[in-house]
Design a protein around this ligand. Structure first.
Ligand code: ATP
Ligand code: MG
Length: 414
């Protein structure tokens, strides 16, 4: 019979990788809690309408990448990102009544129908933060700090923060008009996606990954418009304040005027954190301010700012797989003695196993060397003298010690 395989673009996360995932998750909880954020878990599927309105129907995500299905005449979608879901929960649970800022963090799987490649899957995981209720740039600064310090706590340093301001709907409108007029002569040469973006969402032109389009946007007269300071005075002040917070805190960043981000809802601050060690899929974190989203989704007018990080990309940067072996394997011809010691170890929080199949002593030792770091040998002599022989299965060194010292020695070496 044909074997049923895992779906294209999805992956099993197997036991040897689990310590790495626990590390990413535990560190997220630790760091975000320090900043006063609380965890939230929202459903994996939501009404399709939420993403169409929340993410924006001019985005790749909504146009091409959603897993949408019908059930009982309702159109449902597996979440492609989690900001829309968190905002829905914020509104539905009246969280605007809580004292601002309301800081939420989440982790979990997201689904996008994309062409699978290194660093790009159809089911992937994100960890993210959303901060509601603060319009001042202090919240933008805190959100960027949370991202940077989380990455630092993961031991990731070779990263760069890119920053831009998209202005507000008012000043952005002028910029869009200028951009369109300077790009217009090249319209026939642009890729089909860009031709559609030109009408629907011209800012997203700058986000195009097609070489020919990028070359066009690099032309001097277009660059002149892109590099111009189009944002209004208030937006500029907001941006400058944010920059001074980051300067004060020694957060390195660079301004990237091409940074527009894929989603429709951003205004003012947008940022991305890139790794210098990933290939073309090098963005590990994307975020920004979205002051109109809560209102657009039917809530009270509430400013907000947040980010999301791709956990698979973090995992590949953190790299090395941790040792998932059991700490101790008890080897003995006396199964009743073996189970007793094994349980004593477990009671002290030390992972331990023994041979469940009553194999010969030598076979048990072989098994131990496959699954454990240490063999704890209870031979005839050891049992008589209330001792244990500890064998380090990496170095083959061994010594016999008093049974009550076992826990300290193994515990310390955990
Ligand atoms: P990209 O430009 O790489 O497509 P994006 O703008 O679509 O990224 P966001 O929606 O901002 O990405 O998601 C935030 C982060 O989630 C990204 O920086 C990336 O690390 C991760 N991510 C996004 N899509 C995928 C995917 N299909 N597989 C794995 N990670 C992803
Ligand atoms: Mg994408």
């Amino acid at each position: 019979m044909a074997i049923i395989k895992v779906q294209k673009g999805t992956k099993d996360i197997l036991p040897p990788e689990m310590p790495l995932w626990h590390f990413m998750e535990d560190t997220a909880r630790k760091i975000f809690t320090i900043y006063g954020a609380k965890e939230i878990r929202t459903p994996i599927f939501e009404a399709t309408e939420l993403f169409a309105r929340g993410v924006g129907d001019t985005t790749d995500i909504v146009n091409k990448e959603m897993y949408t299905f019908e059930k009982s005449e309702r159109s449902l979608t597996l979440r492609p990102e989690n900001t829309a879901g968190v905002v829905r929960a914020f509104i539905e649970n009246g969280m605007h009544r809580l004292s601002a800022p309301v800081k939420l963090w989440y982790k979990g799987p997201m689904f996008r129908y994309e062409r699978p490649q290194a660093g790009r899957q159809r089911q992937f995981h994100q960890v993210g933060v959303e901060v509601f209720g603060i319009k001042q740039p202090t919240a933008d600064a805190e959100v960027i700090l949370m991202a940077v310090n989380y990455l630092k706590a993961l031991g990731l340093n070779d990263l760069s923060v890119e920053l831009n301001s998209l202005g507000c709907p008012k000043c952005r409108e002028e910029f869009k008009t200028k951009l369109k007029s300077v790009i217009k002569p090249y319209l026939p040469e642009l890729c089909p996606d860009c031709q559609a973006r030109y009408e629907k969402n011209p800012l997203r032109l700058l986000d195009c990954k097609v070489e020919e389009c990028k070359e066009i946007y690099a032309k001097p007269e277009i660059q002149q418009v892109i590099q111009s300071d189009f944002i209004c005075e208030e937006c500029a002040e907001h941006f400058n304040e944010l920059k001074s917070y980051l300067d004060t805190l020694n957060i390195n960043y660079s301004i990237n005027k091409l940074l527009v981000r894929g989603l429709d809802y951003y205004n003012r601050t947008v940022f991305e954190i890139k790794s210098n060690n990933l290939g073309s899929q090098n963005a590990v974190c994307g975020g920004g301010r979205y002051d109109s989203l809560v209102k657009n989704l039917g809530g009270e007018d509430t400013p907000a700012v947040g980010f999301a990080m791709g956990m698979e990309r973090l995992a590949s940067l953190i790299g090395e797989k941790e040792d998932t072996r059991t700490t101790a394997f008890v080897v003995s011809n006396e199964p009743l003695e073996a189970i007793k010691l094994t349980e004593e170890l477990r009671a002290k929080g030390i992972s331990a196993e023994f041979d469940l199949t009553n194999k010969k002593f030598v076979k048990q030792l072989e098994k131990a060397s496959k699954v454990a770091k240490y063999a704890l040998i209870l031979g005839e002599d050891e049992l008589k003298l209330n001792q244990v022989t500890i064998k380090d299965l990496d170095t083959a060194e061994q010594k016999t010690i008093s049974r009550r010292d076992v826990f300290d020695i193994i515990g310390v070496r955990l």
